[in-house]
Every structure is written in structure tokens, then in C-alpha cells.
Design a protein around this ligand. Structure first.
Ligand code: FES
Length: 108
């Protein structure tokens, strides 16, 4: 999840630590039925299979692109690091992230 603009692991965070903080999850990225540009890119690049890892990757990519709109591959790898995909979609996740940057993210 994204907390005050920084990605953190929701699974290792106590709710009480989050009082007064701005929290966004993958569900908060979608506006109605309109996907966030990163979500659309994951769809376009087949950046998911089972989808188990997808919320973590999408929120990490969205947070990265808000800070670095056109990241280098190394910046993207570093930002996505720590998310584990048992289906092995890493290359497509990286492509989706980098291509979203090239297109430009228009909302945070
Ligand atoms: S798409 Fe299955 S774990 Fe990543």
C-alpha cells in the first residue's frame, strides 16, 4: 500500500501505526470503472497471471511513477523489489511499468 506517498508492506504494518496517515491501496487507484494507467498497462502487457501479486506490484509501480514519471529500468526494478510473483511475470511487470512512464501518468 502507499502511505503518505511511500510504499510499505501492509502485511507487516499495524493499523494503529497508520492513524492520521494518507493510505491508498490498489482499490483506491481505480476511479469508478476507469483503471489507473498502471492497471491498464498491466492488462495490456499481461503483467499478471493468477493476480496474487498484482496489488503489490501495481501500487509500487504507481508510487514510483508519481515520484519518477519516466523511471529508468534500474529505478523500476528497485521500486518493484520485494514483491514476489510465483507465476514469473517479472519481465511483463517491468515492461508495463516502464511503458506507463513513457506514456505519462496523469493522476496520483
Ligand atoms: S501473477 Fe501469480 S503470483 Fe504473480
Amino acid at each position: 500500500m502507499i502511505v503518505d506517498g511511500r510504499t510499505i508492506y501492509a502485511c507487516s504494518t499495524l493499523a494503529i501505526e497508520m492513524q492520521g496517515k494518507k493510505i491508498r491501496t490498489v482499490d483506491g487507484l481505480t476511479q469508478g470503472t476507469v483503471l489507473h494507467p498502471v492497471q491498464q498497462a498491466f492488462y495490456d502487457h499481461d503483467g499478471l497471471m493468477c493476480g496474487f501479486c498484482t496489488p503489490g506490484f501495481v501500487t509500487a509501480a504507481a508510487a514510483l511513477l508519481e515520484k519518477h514519471p519516466n523511471p529508468t529500468p534500474e529505478q523500476a526494478r528497485r521500486a518493484l523489489d520485494g514483491n514476489i510473483c510465483r507465476c514469473g511475470t517479472y519481465v511483463r511487470v517491468l515492461e508495463a511499468t516502464l511503458n506507463t512512464g513513457k506514456k505519462g501518468v496523469t493522476r496520483g
